[in-house]
Each structure stands twice: as structure tokens, then as C-alpha cells.
Ligand binder design. Sequence first.
Ligand SMILES: Nc1ncnc2c1ncn2[C@@H]1O[C@H](COP(=O)(O)OP(=O)(O)OP(=O)(O)O)[C@@H](O)[C@H]1O
Ligand SMILES: [Mg+2]
Length: 339
Amino acid sequence: MDHPVEARGLVKRYGDIIAVDHVDLTVRAGDVYGYLGPNGAGKTTSLRMLLGLIRPTEGSARLFGRDPLLEGARALDGVGGFVEAPRFYPYLSGRTNLELCAAYDGDGAAERIDEVLDVVALRDRAKDKVSGYSHGMRQRLGIAGALLRAPRLLLLDEPATGLDPAGMRDMRALIRRLADGGMTVLLSSHLLAEVEELCDRVAIVRSGRVAYEGSLADLQRTATTSFLLRTSDDERAVQVCAGRRGLAEVRREAAGIRFSAGDEATGELSIALVEARVAIYALAPERATLEDLFFRLTEGEEAGEGGASTTAARAGEGGASTTAARADDAAPEPVAEPA
Ligand SMILES: Nc1ncnc2c1ncn2[C@@H]1O[C@H](COP(=O)(O)OP(=O)(O)OP(=O)(O)O)[C@@H](O)[C@H]1O
Ligand SMILES: [Mg+2]
């Protein structure tokens, strides 16, 4: 059977900029697949190529075995979604906008309007003009529009970006429900936590290239974790840490002592601390941030600054990294979707 998404060697160039650089992607039926990368990594451009909205410079994309460039709208049978922000007629109501979409989609879409309004919890606001909708309501209306097609595959470009924490939680819950109902979902995001919560498999992209593809759990396992230690006597604790085998990057900070180590070395440290009569108040593993993962994956690479790059090396190819990811890549709060 054909996979919902199969992209091979996708490249998109804009002049000197390589927005997408030889991306291979396979999304299997039932996957909730995360396409994770910082601003400018090429997420939207990739999704546009998958949907046949723009032509790849090289490579090909197939949805359920059909190439949208060769087969046009037919290739999008069973596929719903949107890139960047969904667009609607602002002076028409949510319902009227959906009616227009349904008229275009045909195939029983009009009969699904009430149902999809319920799914995205917009039934009671459906008669209001879209111009009066909040950002979160528009995103949800976008998903409602995609659901009219009763898709087997949903492609969503940063669906939760720009939403407040409650809106993000609701959006994730909605995607989770759709996935539990058997829908295959490919969503892009720049938030690791979001992808961790929703997705089983990920592609991590940077500067147009896939730096990692596989399960997040496998990726986390390859990493030594960073720990935060708080004790009754941090000064003494630092001495205990100093020079211990298996501990690296020991440093004292306002929050406590940070170090990286595996589980075994951390266990041994806890015993050594107690033997030194240092009480442990907290010894907590810290979750890798998206930035950490990028650094780890691209460690040793000469990273391009600010978006698409022609110099980024594939993970593991060596080289020396000096360039930091942009600060907004790791922002804990969502940043507004750029226009
Ligand atoms: N139409 C275009 N013309 C020129 N350059 C483009 C065009 N579309 C995208 N790019 C460039 O391609 C790169 C990838 O852009 P893209 O929008 O795909 O990134 P993204 O991962 O979706 O970023 P964001 O998280 O900010 O949405 C950027 O450097 C961008 O400037
Ligand atoms: Mg984008």
C-alpha cells in the first residue's frame, strides 16, 4: 500500500537560497509525524511542495502514491490541511466560509459542516463574521475547513503557533483526537515540547536539511542528560563532583549545580554526596531543548546563520560549530507567525 506521504530528494531553491535541501520523508498510515525546525528551516516550503502548491526544483513528492504536480487536485483526494495561516473571507461568517469550501470540495462536504464545527468547538460562533474571530478561532476554522474533505491525511503548518497556552492545549487535544480517530497527521512546529507531546516520529530540519529522522525517544536515549543538583552545601558538592568519572561540564549556577552525565554516574554521585554528608535537596534531569537537540545533531557543523544555508553539513559529517541557533528558536513561548 502507498504511504500517505513519500518525498524523495526534495529540493527548493530560490536564487542562491536553498530553502529545502534533499529532504526525504516517509509518513506512514496512522503516524502523527512532526516536522520540527526553527524559523526559516524550510518547513512551510516543504509542506507547499507536498501539497503541490509550488514546484520542487528537484525531487518528487507523493501523497498516497500520487504526485500532486502530475495529477493535480486528484492527488489531494483524502488530503486536507493548510500552510501558514488559513485564509477566509473576513466579512462572511465562519459557516458561510465553510459552505464555500464545501461547494468547492463537493463529495458530501456540505453535510459535514455542522459536524466539523462541533469538532473544532465553533458551532456557537459559526454565524459570526470571521473578521471578529480570534487567532485561535481562525486556526480552528482552518482545521474545520480541512476536515470537510473527510481527509485520511491532515497536513498542518504550525497549527498551534501564536495561540495562548490554553489555545495550544486545546489545539493539541484536537489533533490528538483526530489522530486517535485514525487520521494520519503531518504537522510542522518549532516547539520541541509540542512535538514530543503529540508525535511518535519526527524529522528535525535545519537549514533545509533533515538532521534527524526517527523516534524522539530514540534520539533522547542517545543523549547524555543534563542534571540540576541542589544540596545543603553546594560548595562541598562541587568538590565531590570535581574529577568524578562520567561527569562533564560541572558548573555552579544560581539555580544549583549543573552537569551532564549518564544515569549510572549520577547514581554514584548521589552515593558519594551522602558519604560526604551533603544532603541532596534535588537531583533532576533536565529535558533537552530544541536548541540542545540541534546542537547535538549538528555538533561540529558549520551552521548557516538565519535560515536557509548552503553550508550546513549533514549530522555526523564533522566540522566545527561556532554559530548559535537564533534566540527565538528556543523561545519558551510561541512567537507570532510572521506575515
Ligand atoms: N518565495 C520565496 N522566495 C524566496 N525565498 C523564500 C521563499 N519562500 C521561502 N523562502 C526562503 O526559504 C527559507 C525557508 O523558508 P520557510 O518559510 O519554508 O521556513 P519555515 O521553516 O516555514 O520558517 P518559519 O518557522 O519562520 O515559518 C527561508 O530562508 C525563506 O526566506
Ligand atoms: Mg513556516
